[in-house]
Design a protein around this ligand. Structure first.
Ligand code: GLA
Length: 392
């Protein structure tokens, strides 16, 4: 924090009241590609994320600076002129948030902000939603707007959908805004009803493994999957009174899947339905303390994402399959959008070292890439850091 404050003063000069904020990354335990299908997700917020150091200005200028993109320098924009600009690169995310706040009628002033993030870039741990929520909470505090967190979550998602142009669901922003230490959030994306489940794994840990394969095709394939699910839903709606694929049981789906004429769309819908049911079941098992059953559902989730939804790809499959054959692995699956990014596994603590070593070896042999591992710490959602001691 001291370095961040010093850096802020180097870039923007000293004086005035400086405030600081933290917004986490997220990892999803289960419930993938269900959010935009009106199903359930089960993510947690991480202890890594984005820091924002900020000072209010009296005029309408905003100056953005990121320690992760120092080569881009200070990016200046006027509050009255918030449009997407390719050369503003990363700063389009916070700009989008300011723009949506304004569109919603919130009065905001200019500010100087420095961001620093320790989420690995492009790893599918939601560095973009993290910077969006960091910006939402800082706008809320600086301007004393008293907006509630769910509202900020929705505005952050809109910034990404409408300003940046990425058609994501609500999971990432919700997990980051509403996350709670040592708990996962079970969220019904249709109603936004949610509840927290303590994540107590006894002698095991959650481990994120980064394939280090950039999610190259992710955006176009993501939109393609959304369109496939929408087509399948529309055909089912000719026969069923449903709002979303998340409204269906497996039995109801199986009795009606013949109405979906395109076999590819049918597979996609099958995943959306089965994954939603698995997620509800997994949250139940975790609550009951049955970690083995939870792990089994994680494995089934990966198989469905691989075979029905087809969003895994060689790297994620290689890393998950390597994990499955290791001693002490209770469950392992891809997490996030897919096509690269990370896996999440539950690993018994006494096997953590051998897990790392052996899966890395097998994975490297198959793909030529070296994975990275992080033991997950589940932290709180986006917030102001009131005391330096909290941050240190
Ligand atoms: C990305 C999106 C989320 C969600 C996941 C897949 O992370 O941003 O909204 O759809 O993919 O579960």
């Amino acid at each position: 924090m001291k370095t961040l404050y010093e850096q802020f003063q180097n870039v923007f000069g000293d004086g005035g009241e400086i405030k600081s904020f933290f917004s986490p990354g997220r990892v999803n335990l289960i419930g993938e590609h269900t959010d935009y299908n009106g199903g359930h997700v089960f993510p947690c917020s991480l202890s890594i994320g984005t820091y924002a150091i900020v000072r209010k200005r009296e005029d309408s200028l905003i100056r953005f600076y990121s320690m992760n993109f120092e080569e881009k320098g200070v990016i200046e924009v006027e509050l009255e002129n918030l449009t997407y600009e390719v050369e503003h690169d990363w700063a389009n995310y916070p700009k989008g948030v300011v723009s949506i706040f304004k569109q919603n009628g919130y009065r905001v002033t200019g500010f100087d902000v420095l961001y620093y993030g320790n989420i690995p870039n492009g790893a599918g741990l939601s560095s973009s939603a993290s910077i969006e929520l960091a910006t939402s909470v800082l706008l809320n505090e600086l301007n004393r707007l008293a907006v509630d967190m769910v509202e900020m979550v929705k505005m952050s998602q809109r910034a990404e959908n409408e300003f940046v142009g990425v058609n994501c669901g609500i999971m990432d922003q919700f997990a980051i805004g509403m996350g709670k230490e040592n708990a996962a959030v079970l969220l019904d994306c249709n109603t936004l009803d949610y509840s927290y489940s303590p994540v107590q794994l006894e002698n095991a840990s959650l481990v994120i493994a980064n394939t280090n394969k950039r999610r190259g095709l992710a955006d176009s394939k993501y939109n393609e999957r959304r369109a496939e699910c929408e087509r399948a839903l529309a055909q089912l709606q000719d026969h069923l009174d449903i709002q979303a694929l998340g409204d269906l049981t497996i039995e109801a789906f199986e009795a009606n899947e013949h109405h979906i004429t395109n076999p590819v769309d049918r597979k996609r819908a099958r995943h959306a339905v089965s994954e939603n049911i698995r997620t509800i079941e997994a949250a139940k098992q975790l609550k009951a303390g049955d970690i083995e059953a939870f792990g089994q559902l994680m494995n089934e989730s990966h198989i469905s994402l691989r075979d029905d939804y087809e969003v895994t790809g060689d790297e994620l499959d290689a890393l998950v399959e390597a994990a499955w054959s290791e001693e002490g692995v209770i469950g392992s699956r891809m997490t996030g959008a897919g096509f690269g990014g990370c896996t999440i596994s539950i690993v018994e603590n006494q096997f953590l070292e051998s897990f790392r070593k052996n899966t890395a070896e097998v994975y490297k042999e198959k793909t030529g890439l070296s994975p990275e591992f992080y033991v997950v710490e589940i932290g709180n959602g986006a917030r102001e850091i009131k005391q330096l001691s909290e941050a240190l």
